[in-house]
Design a protein around this ligand. Structure first.
Ligand SMILES: N[C@@H](CCC(=O)N[C@@H](CS)C(=O)NCC(=O)O)C(=O)O
Length: 262
């Protein structure tokens, strides 16, 4: 029995749903409303003390951290492998998933909050907003979200996060010179992991980073054409969240163009 505690448009949740879909596994869904602070409720903190989604519960065993969950799924359902068999290709795969955890995910969170999610937070009462921010257990994440809500795209964290993502896109473009997929000739956990981050860039109005780079444009088209993209990502799009992205897309596109040209 597989249960997933997740959120419809969270990138880390989508990453795990893609792996479940690629492996053809059935699972029971428990959705959390992150903006309402569901991940900070005591009953959820008992599963995941980091107050984040996703959390996997497999036969009553709890696994947290999306990269760890994906490897766990690949270990348990090894007959449909999503990690390269070749040790060097597997090392390349892990370098990609490692950098997601070491900066790319935080940069995506910053950019998303500065452009779009702050507008959802700002609808809360001052008291609820304070309770939400104070409830973020990691001081670094707490400060990032606080600044994003207060300053939006003028936050001192916005431009460095945007540049980090632009560097990522350039790195992916280079990597795809040698192979069709991130770690070699077959689709693997690294390709699955980056898929939600690529669609997030488009949602935020940052697709111009991808368009002029032909290999990454082709790679994202192939990622988005996979059946797992429909069932694990697109079918979970939340119309209210999409409307927030849409409302701020043009100003984000303009601001990003100015920052990246400088
Ligand atoms: N390193 C964690 C990061 C998880 C994370 O940051 N999740 C976000 C959504 S993508 C979250 O739950 N945020 C809580 C919130 O917005 O309150 C993982 O990979 O599982």
């Amino acid at each position: 029995m597989i249960e997933l505690f997740h959120n419809d448009m969270s990138v880390c949740s989508a990453k795990v749903r893609i792996v479940l879909a690629e492996k053809g596994l059935g699972w029971k869904s428990h959705t959390l409303n992150l903006r309402a602070g569901d991940a900070q409720r005591p009953e959820y903190l008992r599963l995941n003390p980091n107050a984040v989604v996703p959390t996997l519960v497999h036969d009553a065993k709890v696994v947290v951290e999306s990269a760890v969950i994906c490897e766990y799924l690949d270990d348990v359902w090894a007959e449909t492998p999503l990690r390269p068999g070749n040790p060097l290709a597997r090392a390349r795969m892990r370098l990609w998933t490692k950098q997601l955890d070491e900066g790319v995910h935080a940069a995506t969170g910053t950019v998303s909050a500065c452009i779009a999610f702050r507008h959802q937070h700002m609808k809360k009462s001052a008291e609820d907003l304070k309770r939400y921010i104070d409830g973020i257990p990691q001081p670094e994440r707490r400060e990032r979200i606080q600044k994003a809500v207060e300053f939006g795209m003028d936050s001192p964290t916005f431009a460095p996060a945007l540049r980090r993502l632009d560097r990522l896109i350039a790195d992916i473009e280079r990597a795809l010179t040698d192979s069709d997929w991130l770690a070699g000739e077959s689709y693997c956990l690294a390709d699955a992991a980056y898929t939600p981050y690529m669609i997030r860039l488009e949602h935020l109005g940052l697709g111009d980073m991808i368009k002029p780079r032909p290999r990454i444009a082709d790679w994202t088209a192939r990622l988005f054409a996979r059946p797992s993209f429909k069932t694990a990502v697109a079918d979970w799009f939340n119309p209210e969240t999409l409307a927030v992205f849409e409302a701020h897309r043009e100003s984000a596109r303009e601001k990003a163009a100015r920052i990246l040209k400088a």
